[in-house]
Design a protein around this ligand. Structure first.
Ligand code: SF4
Length: 100
């Protein structure tokens, strides 16, 4: 009889264990999800990317995988990794050519 009582947790003990598990879960989720979200939203400034409005030889934003075109071929667009308005004729150090 005494052994059964030793293994019979009280309701208060169960609540403490449950609260601790929930807190641990929150820490794990925060640690795993928040950095990914922050990484996905982060874009470099033009200065950090050493962006310029001119091409770098034949390399330019219009043939970079990160470029998102504007309304026309020569209209400014945006970039997946650099902030702000991006010229299709621009270039930066994050340039990555499209597969031809
Ligand atoms: S990564 Fe650089 S080169 Fe490529 S589109 Fe963005 S700004 Fe242009």
């Amino acid at each position: 009889m005494k052994k059964q009582a030793e293994f019979d947790p009280s309701r208060r003990q169960l609540l403490k264990v449950g609260a601790a598990a929930a807190a641990l879960g929150a820490v794990v989720v925060t640690g795993l999800v928040a950095p990914r979200r922050a990484f996905a939203q982060a874009a470099m400034s033009k200065a950090t990317a050493m962006y310029q409005d001119q091409p770098h030889g034949k390399d330019m934003c219009s043939n970079c995988i990160h470029f998102i075109p504007g309304k026309s071929k020569q209209a400014p667009g945006t970039c997946k990794v650099v902030e702000g308005s991006i010229s299709p004729n621009g270039w930066c150090v994050a340039y990555a050519p499209k597969a031809s």
